[in-house]
Design a protein around this ligand. Structure first.
Ligand SMILES: [Zn+2]
Length: 113
């Protein structure tokens, strides 16, 4: 049995001190603030060499946000969600609905008998 293994002052992989700290944290970063149509600000950090996008998603409301506070992008992407039924109701009048319902009922009765 090897008694003293593991109590040796020999750390595997210990290079010059501080070597690993130079890579990640010292990358230059820029802070870009995006503004949505509701006036929310979304400060976002990018690496200095990264391409900063024109628009970013607002962290508060999810609407598109731009870098120009005075002129934020229009919230076109977040049109109010409509159900399928809402779309159907837009296309069809109540009279149409009555006819469709009558037809559906007739069909139901026809197949049920
Ligand atoms: Zn917002």
């Amino acid at each position: 049995m090897a008694r003293s293994s593991g109590v040796r002052g020999h750390r595997i992989g210990s290079g010059p001190a501080g070597e690993s700290e130079r890579g990640g944290d010292l990358v230059a970063r820029v802070l870009v603030t995006f503004w949505c149509a509701s006036g929310h600000s979304t400060p976002t950090r990018f690496a200095a060499e990264a391409v900063v996008p024109e628009e970013w998603e607002c962290h508060r409301c999810g609407m598109p946000a731009g870098q120009d506070q005075e002129n934020p992008p229009a919230a076109t992407r977040v049109a109010p969600y409509k159900t399928h039924l809402a779309y159907v109701r837009e296309r069809r009048s109540d009279a149409d609905a009555e006819i469709l319902l009558a037809q559906a009922l007739a069909k139901l009765r026809g197949t049920a008998s």
